[in-house]
Every structure is written in C-alpha cells, then in structure tokens.
Design a protein around this ligand. Structure first.
Ligand code: SDX
Length: 429
C-alpha cells in the first residue's frame, strides 16, 4: 500500500528522511531535519515570489489555472455574475454561505448605515495636490481611517472585526468618489442611501445640481457585475500583503492601505490603467503587428495578458468581454475595442504567447468598459480596489481565526559581507 510520504536522500551524508505529504504539500519546516552536522541550521526552501509555496489554508476562493475555473466558496464565478449581486457576494466571501433574506437585509442595512465619512476626512483629502492620483488618495485615506476607529485594534474580537468589515466595505466607495470629485474640482457628494451599492457610488461620482442622480440601470448592473468579478482571487499579491500586514495584529485599515498600495502596481490591479494607456499608444489596429513585434523583442509587455495562475483564458475576462456589448449598447462602442480584439486575435495564435500560455486576464477588457462609462483611466485601479476590499477582509477574517496563523517572517539566503572590523573615516578610501 503506497504511503503518503516523501523520502529524500541527502547525498552529502547518505542519510534518508521521510516526510508526510498532506494536501499535496510537505511542511517546509520539516526540511530543517536535513543537516550535515548538529550545528547545521538545516535545509530551507528558496522560493522568491512564492512561485511554489502555499502560505495558508483557505476555504474562500478556488482557482484551477489550467482549466480556467474560478469559484467563490464553491459557487462558479459565471453563476454569481449572472444571478447574484456584489453585496451578496461580499457576504458569501466573508461568512462562507449565501445569506438568507433576513441576513441579507441586515447586512445591507449595516453597510448602508456606514457609508458616511467623518467630516475631517474632507479636510484630509482637500490637502492632496489638485492632480493627485486617486489611488494614492484612496490608499492614504484608508490608512487615516485607522486613527478614527481605534476599536479596530481589537482584531481578535469577532464583533469588532464585523464592525470594521461593515465600515470598510461601506466607506471605500465614498472615499473613491471623494477622490474623483477632488481630482475634477467638484464638491463632494454625500451617499444617497436609497440607492444600491453601485448606484450610490455612481451618484457620489456624477451627481451635479439635480435633486437626485439615477444612473442608467444597465450601467449600474454592469458595474455591480464587475465588482463581483473583482471581489477575490485567493492569494494574489495584494491579498498576500493584507495577510502579511495583519499577521502582526495590525488593524484592518492600515493593512488595507498596504494592500491597496500593492494592488496599484501595474503588474497587478494597476494593469487595467496600463492596458488603456497601451491601447492609446498603439492608436490603431493596423499598428498592432508592429506593437506585438516590439513585445516579442522584449520591449515592454502586452498589458492585460498573462497570469501567475491562469494558463488558460481568465474566466473573468470572458464574462467582461460579454458585458462590454451590453455597456456599449448604452454608451456607444469604445473604438479602442477594435485594437484590443486585434491584439487578442494575433496573440492567441502567435507562438511567443501560446508557448508562454499568455491569455487575456481580468484587466484586458475591463478598462474599455470603465472608459466607455466615463471613468478616467486614473480611476481604473480604484474600481478594482473597491470590490477587492471584501476579498481582503474575508481573507483577514479567515486568517485571524486560523490557529496556524503566526506573524509572517520569511528567512533569507545571506549573500553579504563576512564579519569585518569598523573602518575609521580617516582610513577610508
Ligand atoms: C491581476 O494573482 C492574481 O490573482 C492577480 C489578479 C487578481 O485578481 O488579484 O488576477 C489580478 O493582477 C492580473 C494580472 C494583471 N497584470 C498584467 O496584465 C501585467 C502584464 N502581465 C505580466 O506582467 C505577467 O503576466 C504577470 C505579472 C501577470 C504574471 O507574471 P509571472 O507569473 O511572474 O510570469 P513571468 O513574468 O515570469 O512571465 C513568464 C514569461 C516571461 O517570458 P520569458 O522570460 O519566459 O521569456 O512570460 C512573459 C515573461 O516575459 N510574459 C509576458 C507577459 N506576461 C508574461 N510577455 C509579454 N506580455 C506579457 N503580459
């Protein structure tokens, strides 16, 4: 009967070691048994960027990169995008089950109750430069919230965590909208609690002098679906940042600021902005072959393509591509779509991309929709951050209850100088 173990031989000593295999892994710390002498620290694994390292156990999101599968708490993303709504999905991610009617009503009421910001936050945001990037404003303001809610430091109190979860999901659209209004020199618009989550966000963005702003229902639904698609994605870069920062028992506001900073990077959530800049730079679909040639020669990347996990079409990109037709029916077709479609057509048949299993990811088409809806490109990472907040909070909540959680503190391979005596200034070259 095959044993669920791994046997290794250290050829330096001829010794054999047997390690248990659980859930397709061995515990890295077991490798420390492999020594060449008693004083030897023992073997470590070397895995920059965690290419092959599980950092935690999680029941929130499942991805099969080869099959292009994404499920939140077991529910296929395609079904959630078609049948659910963002706040219901946020509840599902955090509490593990779809809410019943009473649970959903209480959840929505709790979030609606927390959409306002402390008035001092306006003074804080007024201090940003007129052309401050809204993602920088958002990250800074999330961190500042930690100074208003000092009870958030009780991270091991489930009721305190529930309060902060409601506040962060509720306030992130308000902060995002205030950042946008600041960037266009318009007065801040307060939340309209009679509107839904996406509709209220659009009102805070675009209400002018009319008594009540009501966005086109097709666009409201499209934004809500985009929020569903962006809500969580297991241990991505920004979620890893959230988990690492909160592993020191830091409060969720300061940690969300760090996660937002990680998300902003153009290799991560900032890619949607980079895609639109790339499409603008290409300018016309006739110039796509020349651009692809540049990429293949190593001059830049095809932004919105490739993924650490998906080695197939990102299921979110497929849904977003379908959503684009519904949005363009209202807003008019985004002419850059022709360039994007030509890029995809060529890339999906070009050996360079096929060999590297590079497919469109969530960021390739989303920006085309955002731009058609009237968002400036600087707001695109902000639109990613708003829904990802529920994913970060779900992962934080899960980690805080995980008995295996310890403060994140990786080891290193030291490559620096050996011991050497201090050199006085007079003796230095
Ligand atoms: C998100 O992790 C998540 O789940 C993230 C996310 C989420 O929901 O949280 O899904 C959201 O961040 C999506 C990804 C958005 N980023 C981009 O679109 C930026 C462009 N993509 C790449 O930078 C890249 O594909 C990454 C960062 C997404 C993944 O990088 P990896 O896994 O580290 O892969 P790699 O950089 O080692 O690439 C492997 C090869 C390299 O070529 P060789 O060295 O083998 O010759 O593929 C090439 C890369 O040069 N390559 C690309 C490319 N992406 C990888 N070549 C051209 N264009 C690209 N986009």
């Amino acid at each position: 009967m095959a044993r669920n173990t791994l046997t290794v031989t250290d050829n330096r000593t001829g010794k054999q070691y047997e390690f248990p295999i659980t859930d397709g892994t061995i515990k890295a710390v077991d490798l420390r048994q492999i020594k060449v002498s008693e004083e030897d620290f023992g073997l470590m694994t070397y895995d920059p960027a965690f290419m092959n390292t599980a950092s935690c156990r999680s029941a929130i999101t499942f991805i099969d990169g080869d099959k292009g599968i994404l499920r939140y708490r077991g529910y296929p993303i395609e079904q959630l995008a078609e049948k659910s709504n963002y706040l219901e999905v946020a509840y599902l991610l955090i509490y593990g089950e779809l809410p019943n009617k009473k649970q959903f009503e209480d959840w929505v009421a709790g979030i609606t109750h927390h959409t306002m910001l402390h008035e001092n936050m306006k003074k804080l945001m007024d201090g940003f430069h007129y052309d401050a990037h809204p993602m920088g404003m958002l990250a800074a303001t999330l961190g500042a919230l930690s100074t208003f809610y000092t009870d958030a430091r009780n991270v091991h109190d489930p009721e305190s965590r529930r309060q902060q979860i409601l506040r962060l999901i509720a306030k992130v659209p308000t902060i995002a909208a205030f950042a946008y209004r600041h960037s266009v020199g318009r007065p801040y618009i307060y939340p309209d609690n009679s509107l839904g989550y996406a509709g209220n966000f659009m009102s805070m963005l675009w209400k002018m002098v009319e008594v009540r702003y009501e966005a086109n229902p097709t666009l409201v639904r499209a934004l809500d679906v985009l929020f569903i698609l962006h809500a969580d994605h297991e241990q991505n870069c920004s979620t890893n940042a959230m988990r690492s920062i909160t592993s020191s028992d830091a409060d969720p506001y300061s940690s969300a600021a760090g996660a937002a900073a990680a998300l902003w990077g153009p290799l991560h959530g900032g890619a949607n902005e980079a895609v639109l800049r790339m499409l603008a730079e290409i300018g016309h679909k006739d110039r796509v072959p020349a651009f692809i040639k540049e990429v293949k020669e190593g001059h830049g990347k095809l932004m919105g393509f490739g993924h650490r996990v998906y080695k197939n079409y990102d299921p979110r990109a497929r849904t977003i591509k379908k959503l684009a037709d519904e949005v363009f029916a209202v807003t008019g077709r985004n002419p850059k779509l022709d360039i994007a479609l030509e890029l995809e057509r060529i890339a999906l048949q070009d050996e360079y991309f096929v060999k590297r299993k590079l497919y469109p990811n969530v960021d390739f088409y989303s920006g085309l929709i955002y731009q058609a809806m009237g968002f400036p490109v600087e707001m695109f990472p902000v639109l990613f951050c708003i829904p990802r907040m529920s994913g970060w909070l779900a992962q934080w909540n899960e980690q805080t209850e995980d008995k295996e959680t310890k403060i994140a503190r990786p080891r290193q391979i030291y490559t620096g100088a050996v011991e050497r005596p201090f050199v006085e200034m007079s003796a230095r070259r």
